[in-house]
Design a protein around this ligand. Structure first.
Ligand SMILES: *Cc1c(COP(=O)(O)O)cnc(C)c1O
Length: 391
């Protein structure tokens, strides 16, 4: 049959998460691949959404989102980071962060424009840039320090990636899949470049609440000269353990938010109103629940990291997110993609090969990502199975 898919979308196939989750399903392996929790969000959040649906909150909400959610999002930004956004013109609700990112990229990228971003990169970034006809310019994050070290970028490489066609820098912190939380110094380097070259910053902050050991999430928009050029994107899924809810938001100066609105109104137009009402309330009332989630996740990270180390992996430090990245070479393997496909048969566990998050597959070859947002007994079972790799 003729190839009907446009050439710019070829190679995107099925997302690795769907592929690995299907593999887990088929083999009965424990799925530490896709990042979704196996416990539910705050009961009050769930109840409020159910009430909304049975209580008639089911028709189109305003295109930019319900006023309640936009106000709650703005209030949370002000309280946590001292950033002021006008709920009417500077906050815009989308169908998850994914739609927000896609709309943002489509709104600001002319064909041939370059977007600088960091690899390993979340898989939707490359697809969104391709849909826009843009060109991605990845800067590689590499492990620094020995055992337990974190991934970081080389400021010179970042500078070298910016050229005359660069339109924007796409930044994800806390970072999936490395667990890196960018430091003040690293953010300052990015901000400096954005100001110098008049770039837009698109920031994916979906793990903003999930940082550990005192690592602090600092939005790029808080740096001098950045608020007016940043589209900050966050969402409900990770913060409240409801990854299927797909309720996110974009924040920025009116001109940029309006650009996103122009595109998004023809992608999804608007997002589920009952969920928006429930999330608005939860942002105001569930701070303690979120804090407990983060404390619990830090302990799960330690639990899984210790088990992976015991099983023979090199385990990198994780300061945020759901994930821990490992190097498989101490176990005698060198290709993460191949090992990911064999892992169910070898030990009954599924992880995600990090190389699919790289343009330069060689850079990502030895890494496997595991999710620790699972019940302790599931982690313990997985750790016991992973121990078989040694023998
Ligand atoms: C999960 C995730 C998203 C998707 O967020 P949704 O609100 O579910 O669309 C975006 N970016 C990163 C880095 C993620 O891990």
């Amino acid at each position: 049959m003729t190839q009907r898919l446009v050439s710019r979308m070829r190679g995107f196939g099925t997302t690795i998460f769907a592929e690995m989750s299907a593999l887990a399903e088929r083999t009965g392996a424990i799925n530490l691949g896709q990042g979704f929790p196996d416990t539910d969000g705050p009961p009050a959040l769930l109840a409020r959404a159910a009430e909304g649906i049975t209580g008639g909150v089911n028709q189109y909400p305003p295109g930019p989102g319900t006023p309640e959610l936009r106000r709650a999002v703005a209030a949370a930004r002000r309280e946590r980071y001292g950033l002021d956004y006008d709920p009417a013109s500077e906050v815009y609700v989308t169908v998850g962060a994914t739609a927000g990112i896609a709309a943002a990229i489509l709104a600001i990228t002319e064909p041939g424009d370059e977007i600088v971003l960091f690899e390993p990169m979340y898989d939707s970034y490359a697809a969104a840039i391709a849909m826009a006809g843009g060109v991605r310019r990845p800067v590689t994050l590499r492990p620094r320090g020995g055992e337990g070290g974190r991934f970081a970028f080389d400021p010179e490489e970042l500078r070298a990636a910016v050229g005359p066609r660069t339109r924007a820098v796409l930044v994800n912190s806390p970072h999936n899949p490395t667990g890196t939380v960018l430091t003040a110094a690293e953010l300052a380097v990015i901000a400096q470049l954005c100001r110098e070259h008049d770039l837009v910053a698109v920031t994916d902050e979906v793990y903003e609440y999930l940082t550990y050991d005192g690592a602090e999430h600092v939005p790029l928009a808080t740096l001098p000269g950045m608020r007016e050029r940043t589209l900050a994107i966050s969402s409900t899924g990770k913060t409240f353990s409801v990854t299927g809810w797909k309720t996110g938001w974009v924040m920025g100066p009116p001109e940029l938010v309006d650009a996103v609105r122009t595109v998004n109104q023809f992608l999804t137009y608007t997002a589920n109103p009952a969920l928006q009402l429930a999330v608005a309330e939860a942002l105001e009332t569930q701070e303690d629940w979120i804090a407990r989630l983060a404390t619990g996740l830090a302990a799960k990270r330690d639990r899984l990291s210790a088990g992976l180390r015991e099983a023979g992996f090199r385990v990198f430090g994780t300061q945020g997110t759901y994930f821990v990245l490992t190097d498989i070479r101490p176990l005698g393997f060198d290709d993460g993609l191949a090992l990911a496909h064999r892992l169910p048969e070898l030990c009954g566990v599924v992880g995600v090969p990090a190389q699919v998050f790289y343009d330069d597959a060689e850079e990502g070859r030895p890494y496997l990502r595991f999710a620790f947002c699972k019940r302790d007994e599931v982690i313990d079972d997985a750790v016991a199975r992973l121990a078989r790799l040694r023998s």
